[in-house]
Write a protein that binds this ligand. Structure first.
Ligand code: C2E
Ligand code: CA
Ligand code: CA
Length: 543
């Protein structure tokens, strides 16, 4: 995750990503709107097709009703009154063009309209009629020229049949909107594929996609079917009056989304993210503070103290980032990085002086983690340094998550040759019980006791007691935070073995530390505390 954020950090990457997201979002919105719109159009066209069939059914219903009403009208006499009645009906009832009276053999007896009589006689073939569900009703193809004219016959009696000649053409497809009609073909089909009426576009539109969408509606009562096929482009264009608005809304939403992403990616990194980035940039570097022999002044090793050296050169002290690093778990990779770096730099000295030691601070959760032992062994091996020269400082200040595991790990590490130092001794939660339980090699007496040693009798007593305890348990002692010569004398009098403090030097970057250790070869006090000459030593971090 942090790696991804790192890669997204340059402004141009964020801008491209924002634009890309805006584009994708806009297209996705348009596509979604398009799909919804298309589905709506399909549903509407299905509905129109169904309604067209219903219109045809209603017109047939109307014709059948008219014929049934004529049952007792004496139409079969074909006299003048009957013909007049027929002509009246065709004049008033729009879709009924004529009524013919047929005899028992379905021969034409008479018709109201001479032309229809001619057509009926010329083309009438009762054996080819299509029966309706309702008894005694038959559908006839009269003209066979797709004119919209067809016949609906009602058998009045064994001897008489009335046939209504209907024309639905003009009425039928009128409900389809103009825009659709121009790109669609619609057919009213009778029985098994007899085309009764068709609506064909005047001219084939150039904007056809080639793909046709078909809608078919079948009557449950009559042998009628309405089929409708429309060019697929209609589905995307019809009813699209709001298209431009939809496009604009999609674009605005897309831009808002892209912008929101840009803002999100550009937000300042959290402190943990800053630490992650610093880790990737290798900004955590080892500083080294000398550990010296109290009685001779000789530098016998160092403690590695981490510093965050930012790109602008600012050096950040651990108290402002170590707690967050511990909470986030980043302290583990940070510690490894610093260990690798420090061992690589110190390897020549460690190898040329086998008594020289280097100490690293290890947090309790790291110590008891599964991979600790193997990872540290590998780092030390890769650096070509012997494990006996590496001291692992474990602080007393924090509780161990698993004391039993800590004890067994410490035992294993000591067997592997590592030295264990109990850091900040005397200020922890468990009094002095850790000193005995954990089984360390060194105890580091906390600065709060060293500050008052030689001045405050109780502080001196505590130091003496810790030294006695350590020596009884075969451990060495290191005094932390030695700042004055008076403290040095008092610690020497208490038999403290080693010291660490600003009296000799603050933690230094490697170059400064190396210089200090080389020069110190000539000025260690050796003969006694009085001869101690710290003045020539650099004492600032900048060295
Ligand atoms: P610590 O392990 O107790 O380290 C000793 C601290 O005392 C260091 O502070 C050192 O600069 C300071 N000190 C040494 N001599 C004197 C002195 O004479 N006077 C005064 N006033 N201070 C002295 P620093 O370097 O600021 O480190 C603070 C703490 O940060 C360390 O306390 C340690 O707990 C933690 N720390 C530093 N580096 C690492 C690291 O690499 N890993 C882990 N886990 N913790 C680290
Ligand atoms: Ca320490
Ligand atoms: Ca300490």
């Amino acid at each position: 995750m942090s790696g991804i954020r790192e890669r997204l950090r340059p402004l141009w990457v964020r801008l491209i990503l924002g634009a890309l997201v805006a584009l994708v979002f806009t297209s996705a919105l348009r596509a979604t709107y398009g799909a919804i719109h298309r589905n709506n159009n399909i549903a509407q066209l299905e509905e129109l097709n169904q309604r067209t069939l219903q219109r045809a059914e209603v017109l047939v219903d109307y014709a059948v009703e008219t014929l049934a009403d004529l049952e007792t009208s004496g139409l079969s006499s074909c006299d003048n009154a009957a013909l007049k009645r027929i002509q009246q009906i065709s004049l008033y009832r729009g879709s009924i063009k004529d009524i013919q009276v047929l005899d028992a053999d379905h021969g034409l007896m008479c018709a109201g309209n001479a032309l229809s009589a001619e057509l009926g006689v010329a083309n009438f073939d009762f054996s080819a009629a299509f029966p309706a569900i309702q008894e005694n009703i038959y559908f006839h193809d009269i003209t066979r020229n797709n004119s919209g004219i067809f016949g609906v016959a009602l058998h009045i009696s064994k001897d008489t049949t009335y046939l209504a000649v209907l024309n639905l053409d003009s009425l039928l497809f009128g409900i389809f909107p103009e825009q659709v009609r121009q790109r669609a073909r619609a057919d009213l089909i009778m029985g098994e594929g007899v085309e009764v009426a068709s609506q064909i576009p005047d001219k084939i539109s150039t904007a056809t996609s080639g793909e046709q969408i078909e809608f078919v509606a079948n009557s449950e009562r009559y042998p009628l079917e309405v089929s409708f096929s429309v060019d697929a482009t209609v589905l995307d264009t019809w009813n699209f009056e709001v298209k431009n608005l939809a496009d604009e809304i999609s674009l605005v939403l897309g831009l808002i989304f892209g912008w929101a992403l840009l803002v999100y990616l550009s937000r300042p990194a959290s402190f943990v993210q800053q630490l992650r980035r610093a880790l990737l940039n290798g900004e955590f570097v080892p500083f080294m503070q000398p550990i010296f022999d109290i009685s001779s002044g000789k530098i016998v090793g160092c403690e590695v103290l981490m510093r965050w050296v930012k790109v602008d050169g600012e050096v950040v002290a651990p108290f402002s980032f170590i707690p967050t690093a511990e909470q986030s778990g980043l302290i583990v990779p940070m510690t490894r990085m610093v260990m690798v770096d420090a061992l690589e730099k110190l390897a020549p000295r460690l190898n040329s002086d086998k008594n020289f030691k280097v100490a690293f601070n290890i947090v309790p959760v790291d110590l008891v983690s599964e991979s600790f032992e193997s990872q540290v062994c590998k780092i030390v091996k890769d650096a070509g340094v012997s494990r006996g020269q590496v001291v692992l400082e474990i602080t007393e200040r924090q509780e161990f998550p698993d004391k039993g595991k800590a004890i067994s790990t410490i035992k294993k590490l000591r067997n592997l040759g590592f030295r264990i130092a109990l850091d900040d001794t005397g200020v922890g939660h468990n009094g002095l019980s850790n000193v005995q339980q954990l089984g360390a090699d060194i105890i580091k007496i906390d600065k709060i006791f060293i500050d008052r040693v030689g001045v405050d009798a109780s502080a001196t007593t505590i130091v003496q007691m810790l030294v006695r305890l350590a020596h009884e348990l075969n451990m060495r002692t290191v005094a932390e935070g030695v700042e004055t010569e008076a403290q040095l004398s008092a610690l020497d009098a208490c038999n403290v073995d080693e010291g660490q403090g600003f009296l000799v030097s603050k933690p230094l970057a490697f170059a400064g530390f190396e210089k200090l250790v080389s020069e110190q070869a000539f000025c260690a006090w050796g003969a006694g505390i009085k001869d101690f000459a710290p003045k020539g030593f650099p004492t600032t971090d900048a060295a």
